[in-house]
Design a protein around this ligand. Structure first.
Ligand SMILES: Cc1cc2nc3c(=O)[nH]c(=O)nc-3n(C[C@H](O)[C@H](O)[C@H](O)COP(=O)(O)O)c2cc1C
Length: 468
C-alpha cells in the first residue's frame, strides 16, 4: 500500500510526531510510507507553484493520506493551516476526494480534540473517507503499551481501507453569509449615543483592510460608537517573518527565537498585555479564522503558558456562519478563559439584517463598557479550568525543566494552589476521619443520609449574614 504522511510539524524530520510515523514505517516494510514535509516547506509551496504541484502529485498517487501533526494552540500549526488554504485557493480539493485518510497527532492533550475536530471537518468538506484518529501524548511512543496501541491503529486503518468501509460524515459544509451589511442604516438614531470609556484603553486587531467587506464595515461601525478614537491594527501590516518554529527558545525567558528579526514580539508586547478592551476581528476561513490569525496565535507562544490578557475584556467580531462551527466557538472561549480574560461576546453577521447587526455591535460596546467599569470577569467554565489544570500539572512535573519561565510565574502567582498534595488539611481529614466513617457500613448509611444537608451548611452561614 502507498501511504503519504502530511507532516504538519515545522520541525520537519526532527518532529516528535514523525517518530510515530517512522515507527510505523519500520514495523511495516511491506508498505510504502512516504513522509512529506508540509509545514517546514510552506514558504516554498506558497511561492513556487511547481513545488506545490509536485507534492500534490505524490498525494494523488497515495492509497491512504495520514495527517501527522502536532497540536498548536488548539489546532494544527499555522503552516499546515496555510497549506489547507492553498489547496482551497488553488482549486486542488479534487485530488483529495474519496481518498482514505486518518489523523495522528501528538500533544500534551490540551484541546487536542479541537484540532482533530478541525481536521475532521476539513476531511468531510473535501469528501475524503475518514478512517479514524489517534491522539498520542508526546511521550507515548516510549511505552510498550502505547506502541502496541499505535500499531493496532495502523492495522485498523488498513482494515478500513482494504474492506472499503465508510464512516458517516460528521461535518457538513458551512454556509456562506449572503447578506450585505449596510452601516448607514439608522444613522441618525439617537439610541446610538456615543460611549465614553474615559481612560480605559481599547484596541481592535483585525486581519482585513477591506473597508467595503462586511467585516470592514462592522469594525468601522463599532469604532464609531465610542467618543474617543480607537486604534485599529491590521495584522497584515506587521512584519511577521514566519510561523512558530517549535524550537522552545522562549521557554526559559519568554524571548522568541525570531527576536528583532521581525516585528511580532515587539508588537505583541506593546499592544496586547494591559489593554482594557481588545476586539479581535476576522473572517471565517474554512473552519477557523484566516491563517494570518493562526500565525498571530501561534507566535504568541513566546509567552509559553503564561496568560498575558489577565482581566482584559475581549470580544470577537466575525464575518461568517459561526453558529455552524461550534468547534471554533469553543476554541475562542477556551483561549479567552485560559487568558483569564472576560470573553464578553462574539458578534457575527450571520442571519441578521443590517439593523440587527448594528444593534448587536452597539449592545456589545455597551456591555464591554459596563464590564470594564465594573471589572467584571466571568468565572471560568470547564474549558478554562480543565485546560489550566493540564498546564499546571505539566509545568509542575515532567516539563518543568523546559518551561522554567512558566514555573516561575505559576509559583509567584499561586497557580499551584489547588494541588491535592498541598491541601494537607483535606488529606488528613480524609485519611484519619472520613475514611473511618465511610469504611464502616453502619456509619456509612448515616453519613450518606446526612450528607446532602451537611453540604449546604456552610452556605447557610453565608446567607444568614450576606453582608459579612
Ligand atoms: C506553538 C506551540 C503550541 C502548542 N500548542 C499546544 C496545544 O494547544 N495543545 C497541546 O496539547 N500541545 C501543544 N503544544 C505541544 C506540541 O503539540 C507537542 O510538543 C508535540 O508533540 C510537538 O510535536 P512535533 O515535535 O511533531 O512538532 C504546542 C507546542 C508549540 C510549540
Amino acid at each position: 500500500m502507498k501511504i503519504v504522511v502530511l507532516n504538519g510539524s515545522p520541525k520537519g524530520r526532527n518532529s516528535v510526531t514523525m517518530q510515530y510515523l517512522l515507527y510505523i514505517k519500520k514495523k511495516y516494510p511491506q508498505h510504502e510510507v512516504n513522509l512529506l514535509k508540509i509545514s517546514s516547506r510552506i514558504k516554498k509551496y506558497e511561492k513556487k507553484e511547481e513545488e506545490f504541484n509536485k507534492i500534490l502529485d505524490e498525494i494523488d498517487q497515495a492509497d491512504i493520506i495520514i495527517w501527522g501533526t502536532p497540536v498548536y494552540v488548539m489546532l494544527v500549526p499555522y503552516q499546515l493551516k496555510r497549506f489547507i488554504e492553498l489547496i482551497e485557493e488553488r482549486g486542488k480539493i479534487d485530488i483529495f476526494r474519496n481518498k482514505y485518510t486518518a489523523i495522528i497527532t501528538t500533544s500534551i492533550r490540551f484541546y487536542d480534540s479541537m484540532a482533530i475536530n478541525y481536521l475532521h471537518g476539513i476531511i468531510d468538506d473535501w469528501n475524503m473517507k475518514f478512517a479514524g484518529f489517534f491522539s498520542a501524548d508526546s511521550y507515548d511512543l516510549l511505552h510498550t503499551k502505547e506502541r502496541t496501541r499505535l500499531l493496532k491503529f495502523f492495522d485498523y486503518i488498513c482494515y478500513v481501507f482494504e474492506n472499503k468501509i465508510e464512516t458517516p460524515k460528521q461535518y457538513f459544509k458551512i454556509s456562506p453569509v449572503e447578506s450585505n451589511y449596510d452601516p448607514t442604516i439608522n444613522e441618525s438614531d439617537s439610541n446610538f449615543e456615543k460611549l465614553d470609556i474615559g481612560e480605559k484603553s481599547i484596541r481592535i486587531i483585525t486581519d482585513s483592510g477591506d473597508l467595503e467587506s462586511n467585516l470592514g464595515k462592522m469594525v468601522s461601525t463599532f469604532q464609531s460608537f465610542f467618543s474617543k478614537p480607537i486604534e485599529v491594527i491590521n495584522l497584515n501590516d506587521i512584519n511577521i517573518k514566519g510561523g512558530c518554529l517549535g524550537c522552545l527558545h522562549c521557554a526559559y525567558d519568554n524571548v522568541c527565537a525570531y527576536g528583532d528579526k521581525d516585528e511580532y514580539m515587539n508588537f505583541y508586547n506593546a499592544k496586547i498585555p494591559n489593554t482594557d478592551i481588545i476586539i479581535f476581528a476576522g473572517n471565517l476561513v474554512d473552519r477557523y479564522l484566516s491563517s494570518r490569525w493562526k500565525l498571530f496565535f501561534d507566535r504568541a507562544f513566546f509567552n509559553t503558558h503564561i496568560p498575558t490578557m489577565i482581566n482584559s475584556q475581549l470580544a470577537y467580531i466575525i464575518s461568517g456562519s459561526l453558529s455552524e462551527n461550534t468547534n471554533l466557538h469553543d476554541i475562542l472561549r477556551a483561549l479567552s478563559e485560559f487568558q483569564r480574560a472576560n470573553l464578553e461576546d462574539i458578534v457575527t453577521d450571520e442571519k441578521k439584517s443590517s439593523e440587527e447587526i448594528k444593534k448587536s455591535l452597539y449592545d456589545l460596546a455597551k456591555r464591554l463598557k459596563w464590564c470594564v467599569e465594573h471589572n467584571y470577569i466571568k468565572p471560568k467554565t470547564f474549558l478554562g479550568e480543565g485546560g489550566m489544570k493540564i498546564f499546571r500539572d505539566d509545568v509542575w512535573g515532567r516539563n518543568r525543566f523546559v518551561f522554567q519561565a512558566d514555573h516561575k510565574f505559576y509559583t509567584e502567582h499561586g497557580y499551584y494552589d489547588s494541588f491535592p498534595q498541598n491541601d494537607i488539611r483535606a488529606e488528613k481529614t480524609n485519611e484519619y476521619v472520613m475514611n473511618n466513617i465511610t469504611n464502616d457500613p453502619d456509619k456509612r448509611t448515616l453519613f450518606y443520609q446526612a450528607i446532602v444537608g451537611e453540604f449546604v451548611k456552610p452556605f447557610k452561614k453565608v446567607l444568614k449574614n450576606p453582608d459579612k
